[in-house]
Design a protein. Structure first.
Length: 201
């Protein structure tokens, strides 16, 4: 994904740090099959009693039960495939029906304006769902450089405009087992974020 070339180092409130952490987790899960670090993180989650924690329990339970070899095959079938996976997790696909269309150009334009640079070794187009979630995490962690209105505009334009539909498709994908819990978890979070940004207006 793209990363900010330089950002300040502010003190980030705990709730904002938590939001960024969820975006980072979703972005990581969508960018590659989870490694041991991600599984250890999911296993360490302490699930509370709040309603929004229900999806945390589901994703934690799924992570503890999954076979790693089968998970790699699941990820490949969902997002890579022979030629293409079951789903195409790109803004261009969901907003226009085609790959590498205007939404990709819009993301690249905003990444350049925000000072984000493409990481070496990353080959996916910048409008990939994982990349956009990682970008949201970076914006939240640098509020002095990217204030709330900047975050809201990026979310509205590049995330909220299509990603809920993508997660709905992922939740019912034929190849999804572990990633069904990822989809449900992410759908819950998207609803929370849309409400959050509506309160910020």
């Amino acid at each position: 994904m793209a990363q900010p070339a330089h950002i300040s180092d502010p003190v980030v409130p705990e709730e904002e740090f938590a939001r960024a952490g969820v975006y980072s987790l979703i972005g990581t899960l969508l960018s590659a099959p989870p490694d041991q670090v991600v599984f250890d993180l999911l296993a360490s989650i302490e699930v509370g009693s709040e309603e929004t924690d229900l999806s945390w329990q589901a994703i934690k339970t799924a992570a503890l039960a999954v076979d790693r070899v089968e998970l790699e095959a699941e990820y490949h079938a969902l997002f890579i495939g022979l030629g293409r996976g079951e789903l195409l997790p790109y803004a261009s696909t969901y907003l226009t029906g085609f790959l590498q269309e205007q939404p990709l150009a819009d993301v690249r334009q905003d990444f350049a304006r925000l000072g984000f640079v493409r990481q070496e070794g990353v080959h996916e187009p910048e409008d990939h769902a994982g990349s956009l979630c990682q970008a949201m995490a970076a914006l939240i962690l640098a509020p002095d450089d990217y204030p709330a209105e900047e975050q809201r505009q990026f979310f509205t334009r590049h995330v909220g405009s299509w990603m809920s539909e993508f997660f709905s498709d992922l939740a019912v994908a034929k190849q999804a087992i572990f990633y069904r819990s990822v989809a449900e978890f992410s759908q819950t979070f998207m609803r929370i974020e849309k409400h959050y940004f509506s309160m910020e207006v």
